[in-house]
Design a protein around this ligand. Structure first.
Ligand SMILES: *[C@@H]1O[C@H](CO)[C@@H](O)[C@H](O)[C@H]1NC(C)=O
Ligand SMILES: *[C@@H]1O[C@H](CO)[C@@H](O)[C@H](O)[C@H]1NC(C)=O
Ligand SMILES: *[C@@H]1O[C@H](CO)[C@@H](O)[C@H](O)[C@H]1NC(C)=O
Ligand SMILES: *[C@@H]1O[C@H](CO)[C@@H](O)[C@H](O)[C@H]1NC(C)=O
Length: 243
């Protein structure tokens, strides 16, 4: 994930009307002139810089990106909490395509990253597909060749003579070539049961994502929406584009 935060986080934070950070100004594009090419090219130059964080604008370092706690799955059949989550390799995220449908007010951004690594601590309890699962400990997840498509319908609001973006929700869909899980210390550290469960999860990542993916992408999207909204309410539209 992570992702269009990078672009929009660049547009940034806090207090009164803010200017775009100096180092991002060269990456601005003109809406009326070759927007698509300019935006994709410049976003890809800006991503590795922005993921290092912009302290003056309260943009955190995103290399790795830290999520202290997320209740990732919370259904009657399965509960999965993650803490101290670190998302690695966002600096290699590439913006592949953008579509701005001004008439319908739908903006979409498609990103690609060959290998995202997520690690941290998990606590799980319930059933996956048909098998009971229980445990807590360290985990690692690899998302291989991931495409991430974010869609939003931002709303421009007027304040003090400036227009600001307001994002109410972001939707995300994704595609992976492969997903790898490693949950350590499942079943109170019973190695045989733990190994079998990890093998089962790795063989069944597609049906698992079909079951749990929509809930997970909702969670991720709401984190991203809050995050972008906090930043975008501070930087007026006139600072974001050249025209
Ligand atoms: C993202 O997905 C939406 C809905 O599936 C689609 O309409 C849009 O064209 C996609 N955007 C990109 C940039 O691929
Ligand atoms: C997940 O976190 C919630 C809220 O803190 C807690 O109520 C629940 O018991 C946790 N679930 C697991 C499996 O640890
Ligand atoms: C646009 O954002 C404003 C400001 O929060 C909100 O009150 C309004 O309902 C939004 N309009 C639409 C069409 O979403
Ligand atoms: C990822 O894509 C590359 C290039 O298309 C391909 O060589 C590689 O096998 C893919 N990885 C996986 C895990 O499918």
């Amino acid at each position: 994930m992570k992702l269009n935060i990078l672009i929009l986080a660049s547009i940034v934070c806090c207090g009164q009307t803010k200017k775009l950070p100096e180092f991002l100004k060269p990456f601005r594009c003109s809406i009326s002139k070759d927007l698509q090419n300019c935006y994709i090219k410049n976003a890809n130059k800006a991503i590795p810089l922005v993921v290092e964080g912009i302290p003056d604008y309260k943009v955190p370092k995103m290399n790795p990106f830290l999520v202290p706690f997320v209740q990732l799955i919370s259904t009657p059949s399965l509960r999965l909490n993650l803490t101290n989550v670190k998302i690695h390799n966002l600096k290699n995220m590439k913006l592949i395509q953008i579509r701005f449908d001004w008439k319908k007010n739908i903006y979409s951004y498609e990103f690609f990253c060959d290998n995202i690594k997520i690690d941290g601590m998990y606590a799980v309890d319930g059933n996956v597909l048909v098998l009971p699962i229980k445990g807590n400990g360290p985990f690692v997840i690899y998302l291989k060749n991931g495409s991430y498509n974010f869609t939003m319908s931002p709303n421009l609001t007027d304040r003090n003579g400036e227009r600001y973006y307001h994002i109410e929700d972001t939707r995300m869909n994704y595609h992976f070539d492969d997903v790898n899980f490693e949950f350590k210390n499942l079943f109170d550290g019973n190695k045989q049961l733990g190994d079998e469960m990890n093998k089962f999860l790795n063989e069944n990542w597609e049906p698992l994502l079909a079951d749990f993916g929509p809930g997970i992408s909702k969670t991720i999207s709401s984190i991203i929406t809050q995050f972008m909204q906090a930043f975008l309410k501070e930087i007026p539209h006139s600072e974001i584009f050249l025209d």
